[in-house]
Design a protein around this ligand. Structure first.
Ligand code: AHG
Ligand code: MN
Ligand code: MN
Length: 334
């Protein structure tokens, strides 16, 4: 390489990557960068809390339930408060909405607050006590200043997301982000406290013989999913299920495969929440070249009617999603 050629291995942090993207948009106010700076700060704090959880005795449940009926872990509340404190002070945030809060939080109604941020503060939190990976998922929407009441500003389909991302607190801490122009992967360097860009334009493999579903509920699944499972068992696939959606989908982004959470008797609409779990993960999977559907409808096209509504989920490698859909559609047509 000569001095004049750009280095292929330039060191770039998430913050500098966003700043350089913003220079491409002449009207940008910097508000978006501030929001992402709040997300990276939150990620570092939450990652550190998780690493120290047993030492600080913040594992286990609180004895309370959140709005969607899940038992709250102490760290669910700590992660939620961290995000609310980090985002609540940022210029540019009009509305915040969390899995752990029944109602959206209105911060400002003025036009100079252009964004809504929705999040699942800790995904897979029942895995915490077992030292298994957990994550944070977020979705950013443009604030609808005409919305009346203001809370309904967030009720936009996933196609309207202007950014989505997740942090995975695993053997390393990763931050995966899309702003609608592909997917970038950053890893926290704990020695310097910065998220370093390690892969641009991440692509999900087109196919891979791997499926991810809580098969214990098989008898409760609609017939098409049961037939898919019969088919897949004859195809020499591997089964992988972490029980933390963000970790299961991260694995699929890197290695390929399909993740499913179908309707069950306990959860006729599926268990996963549309606005802060399915939509952001669907945007990332599609931006990486994969597919994300709820039964037969594209997840991103669903018009939400409530902050905490649920949706069935099938997402991952395009060819693997198609295999599931083939069986689901055939059973539906009978
Ligand atoms: P959360 O911890 O935010 O409530 O989410 C848990 C979700 C998701 O991460 C995971 O895929 C799913 O619950 C696992 O559910 P089952 O135990 O029913 O398989
Ligand atoms: Mn979750
Ligand atoms: Mn959660």
């Amino acid at each position: 390489m000569t001095d004049l050629e750009p280095a292929a291995d330039n060191l770039t942090t998430l913050e500098s990557h966003i700043l350089s993207e913003e220079t491409r948009h002449p009207g940008a106010t910097g508000a978006f960068s501030w929001i992402l700076a709040a997300m990276t700060l939150s990620a570092k704090i939450i990652a550190s809390k998780i690493r120290r959880a047993r030492i600080e005795d913040v594992l286990g449940t609180l004895g309370s339930k959140n709005i969607t009926g899940d038992t709250q872990q102490k760290l669910d509340v700590i992660a939620n408060e961290t995000l609310l404190r980090a985002l609540g002070t940022r210029a540019g945030v009009a509305v915040l909405a969390s899995e752990e809060n029944e109602q959206p939080i209105i911060l400002q109604t003025k036009v100079d607050r252009p964004y809504c941020v929705l999040f699942d503060p800790l995904d897979g939190s029942s895995n915490l006590d077992a030292c298994v990976s957990v994550g944070t998922i977020f979705s950013i929407l443009r604030h609808d200043t005409q919305a009346d009441p203001i809370e309904i500003s967030i009720l936009q389909p996933g196609t309207k997301q202007i950014a989505a991302g997740y942090m995975l607190y695993g053997s390393s801490c990763v931050f995966v982000l899309t702003t609608g122009h592909g997917v970038n992967l950053f890893v926290l360097d704990p020695a310097v406290g910065a998220f370093i860009l390690v892969q641009e334009n991440l692509r999900v493999p087109e196919s891979a013989k791997s499926y991810s579903i809580n098969e214990a509920y098989r008898a409760d699944f609609p017939a098409g999913y049961q037939r898919y499972l019969d088919w897949v068992h004859g195809q020499r696939y591997s089964s992988r299920y972490i029980g933390t959606m963000v970790a299961d989908i991260h694995r699929i982004l890197v290695q390929g495969g399909v993740f499913m959470y179908p309707p069950t008797k306990a959860h006729p609409q599926g268990k996963l929440r549309l606005m802060y779990e399915a939509n952001p993960m669907a945007m990332i999977v599609e931006q990486a070249g994969g597919k994300a559907v709820a039964g037969t409808q594209r997840i991103l096209d669903i018009q939400p009617t409530g902050l905490h509504e649920r949706t069935p989920v099938i997402m991952g490698s395009a060819a693997e999603v198609d295999h599931v859909l083939r069986h689901v559609k055939a059973a539906g047509a009978e």
